[in-house]
Design a protein around this ligand. Sequence first.
Ligand SMILES: Cc1cc2nc3c(=O)[nH]c(=O)nc-3n(C[C@H](O)[C@H](O)[C@H](O)COP(=O)(O)OP(=O)(O)OC[C@H]3O[C@@H](n4cnc5c(N)ncnc54)[C@H](O)[C@@H]3O)c2cc1C
Length: 468
Amino acid sequence: MTPADRRCRTPANTDLESIQIIGGGLAGCEAAHQAAEAGAHVVLYEMRPLQRTPAHKTDSFGELVCSNSLKTEQENSAPWLLKQEMRSLHSLLMRCAEIARVPGGHALTVDREIFSREIAQALENHPRIEIRREEVRAVPDNGIVVVASGPLTSDSLAVDISRMTGSDRLFFYDSISPIVAADSIDMSVAFRASRYGKSLDETADYINCPFNKEQYSAFIDALLEAEFYEPHIPEDKTPYFEGCLPIEEIARRGRDTLRFGPMKPAGLDDPRTGRWAYAIVQLRQENQRADSYNLVGFQNHMKFGDQARVLRMIPGLEKAEFLRFGQMHRNTYINSPALLQPTLQLTSDARILFAGQISGVEGYAESIATGLMAGRNAAALWHGEKPIAFPRETALGSLCHYITHAEAKNFQPANITFDLLPALDPEAKRKLKHDKKARHAEVCRRAQVAFEEFFNGHSAREFCEVSG
Ligand SMILES: Cc1cc2nc3c(=O)[nH]c(=O)nc-3n(C[C@H](O)[C@H](O)[C@H](O)COP(=O)(O)OP(=O)(O)OC[C@H]3O[C@@H](n4cnc5c(N)ncnc54)[C@H](O)[C@@H]3O)c2cc1C
């Protein structure tokens, strides 16, 4: 039987002959569409309205639980690049977003009801998609499965995923530290050192920002007076782990508490004074390129504007460029670098794929993107073909590369940013040193070339052409 013949094998007689997709959210809907368009038979499970989540308000497919924005459409930005790649791959949700679009400046903002309605129509009318409104309480033992049950995965399924992957590999809370660009740190103030000189390779691993007493006091005042985001859902009011509190909560417990916690100066000699500072913020290298650093233990709920203002009071970060702000919220996700392949298949059981927020990405567009990849790769498996990982130079490839290659020990979900894409070669970097816009444009150009070359090499057979 040729792949084309297999594509006509519809409808399936049993569930085992279908791709089973768990979750009718952003990732699950995109995965269902992609797999069905590639000729596979799909069963899409969604537990709402029978069982609710703390954030969803409707029983609609692809419900946007909070903002109605799929981020910027500004040309040559990383979120734009990701969306462009999805459009080229005939993403259903990108098409629905276009139909549901409302004015939102540079952002792709949508009318959430129209958006969901369009998705529902496409899925319900698809001859190869069967929809079942039920909770999947355990990952099916057989057949091809895409787990796309999202950040608020039901408890029984979460327990089963944790059994399957190892309980230390499923997280329930996101505590995201802010990240700054390395070249925006003032190294005439900050200094390199590891606590008590302890380092794996005898190097000074951390960048340290030292405070004197007055600076610390002013910082605590500003932190306590900052504006904070209201929790999205009741669970977000209390962080799960004492060991992972937001900095404002630590500061509320006493003016000196931070200085004995994440801002502890002990064991860090300031080379300019030869002594320990009054308090210290430590910055840890974020990627191999060493062009970004995260503020260790600085997860917080501050509004982004206030966060920039307050964190720029840290000595050495007065001109910091923030690549990501700190956040905390309820989020179920697996430790994908330890568990997944870049094709989004589970290493220990390749018939199971993960997509969406539970796979370790953050954000609407990123969830759709991994749904798209998982749907296509599930269809490839269904046809007896080899699942594919996209080139690293593309936004889709880099997103999947990040979630499967980041350091497993400190893994945190990520949005698409240029930080995830490979650096330009030294020559291009040198030429465009003083022109960030041009550097970003070059990264996007390179991604588009890699994307096209990849597609020319993987035409009909491996990546079945889908009809928009
Ligand atoms: C409160 C909150 C607010 C957020 N706000 C934003 C934002 O403003 N912007 C942004 O970019 N990102 C936001 N996110 C992050 C993320 O982008 C969204 O959660 C996004 O919807 C994730 O897509 P998904 O497909 O992975 O999960 P979801 O869209 O949540 O879809 C998962 C689906 O699986 C279903 N499900 C769960 N368990 C089962 C089961 N056992 N059986 C059957 N069905 C099941 C759920 O009912 C749900 O419909 C937010 C997340 C949360 C929790």
